[in-house]
Design a protein around this ligand. Structure first.
Ligand SMILES: [Zn+2]
Length: 120
């Protein structure tokens, strides 16, 4: 016995079917795509906000900050796009082309990267 993945109705006939019909199949896929788009949007807006906070500091000529100040501005440390090793052995955590390096528990160095990223 098999049930439609969309509406849960018992499927009669072929046992390899996952849905009642095309309507249920389309509806199911639309819901999955919508959820995926919503997740992209949610995460992108956090990344955008993080990037904007770092960008604003750089534009104001500010190159250091503290975790407390960034948090107060709405920065979310759980979300970033990538991390790269610095020459000094530290790790720079990026939100797109802006990043921060943890100097110590209290201090962060903010940086902007203008060179393009290689994909490997
Ligand atoms: Zn169905």
């Amino acid at each position: 016995m098999k049930y439609c993945q969309d509406c849960g109705t018992l499927i009669k006939g072929r046992t390899d079917k996952k849905f009642c019909d095309d309507y249920c199949r389309c509806h199911y896929n639309n819901v999955i795509n919508r959820n995926r788009d919503q997740n992209f949007k949610k995460i992108n807006s956090i990344l955008k906000k993080n990037t904007g906070i770092l960008e604003k500091l750089i534009q104001q000529g500010i190159k250091t900050s503290t975790p407390y100040l960034l948090s107060a501005a709405g920065f979310n440390f759980s979300f970033f796009t990538h991390q790269l090793n610095e020459q000094n052995g530290k790790i720079c955590i990026y939100c797109y082309n802006y990043g921060y390096i943890k100097i110590n528990e209290e201090q962060l160095a903010i940086k902007q990267v203008t060179h393009s990223l290689s994909s490997n």
